[in-house]
Write a protein that binds this ligand. Structure first.
Ligand code: IPE
Ligand code: IPE
Ligand code: MG
Length: 242
């Protein structure tokens, strides 16, 4: 087992140290109310802010959210533009409020296709929050799990193919050596991974909910964490209940 695998059992309190969320269901939420899909993304952004605050309050060390996948470029241009505008709004607010919230922000994904303004704000957010210790929020933008693994292989090759083990290879991922997610939450009813954190989710507990992301509130997160706390994580060994 990799050394990192031993850290996967979650925090000492029994709460997950690292929660990952596929923020899905914004479009259906909007459609149900007769609103354009972009209104769903706006409500989804509010839900993300609420969730990040709640995770910080609970003492969750890492929150990693899937905001825009490498596949989401297939959507209509006006929807993609609307999501980009919301991202800019979020980053502007984050830059304004970060000294108060003290949360470290990291962006995982290839920012090259984004506008220079969006890229600049992403870089600023990461740089200005780098020393904060009030938890870490990782926002996956133009992120794909397969893309991340291919990039890791390229970084390794560029370093001259040094001796490799699982931990070393994992350190080439966007998150570097942060602990893997303990709990993956997918609201929105779909039961698939959709190219999210393919390497890091190896031993995550999976929690699927039919609640659409804009409606996923503190009580829903409590339910997910309670389900997680009731699981026995065995990592391939024989468990206490066996
Ligand atoms: C997730 O919500 C947000 C992004 C993928 C950007 P969706 O937009 O996928 O919402 P549904 O799944 O169509 O309801
Ligand atoms: C996954 O949701 C991506 C994000 C939430 C950013 P999608 O809505 O894109 O996934 P599929 O298409 O249902 O698999
Ligand atoms: Mg979706």
């Amino acid at each position: 087992m990799s050394a990192k695998g031993n850290d996967l059992a979650g925090g000492p309190s029994g709460l997950p140290r690292h929660i990952a969320v596929i923020m899905d269901g914004n479009g259906r939420w909007a459609k149900r109310q007769g609103l354009p899909r972009t209104a769903g993304h706006s409500a989804g952004a509010d839900s993300f802010r609420r969730m990040a605050r709640y995770c910080q309050k609970l003492g969750i060390e890492y929150l990693t959210v899937y905001a825009f996948s490498t596949e989401n470029w297939k959507r209509p241009k006006d929807e993609v533009d609307g999501i980009m505008a919301l991202l800019e709004r979020y980053l502007r607010q984050a830059l304004r409020d970060m000294d108060k919230e003290k949360v470290r922000i990291r962006i995982f994904g290839d920012l090259a296709p984004f506008s220079p303004e969006l890229r600049r704000m992403c870089e600023q957010c990461m740089e200005r929050s780098a020393a904060y210790t009030g938890g870490q929020v990782n926002i996956c933008l133009n992120y794909g799990g397969r893309d991340e693994i291919v990039r890791a292989a390229k970084k390794w090759a560029a370093e001259g193919c040094p001796e490799l083990d699982e931990d070393r290879f994992g350190s080439y991922m966007w998150g570097g050596s942060i602990p893997d997610p303990d709990l993956l939450i997918r609201p929105g009813g779909e039961k698939r991974i959709s190219n999210f954190l393919l390497w890091e989710l190896a031993y995550a507990e999976l929690y699927f909910s039919d609640v659409l992301w804009p409606d996923f509130d503190e009580a829903e997160l409590d339910k997910a964490i309670a389900a997680y706390c009731g699981r026995e994580r065995r990592f391939g060994a024989v468990g206490e209940s066996q």
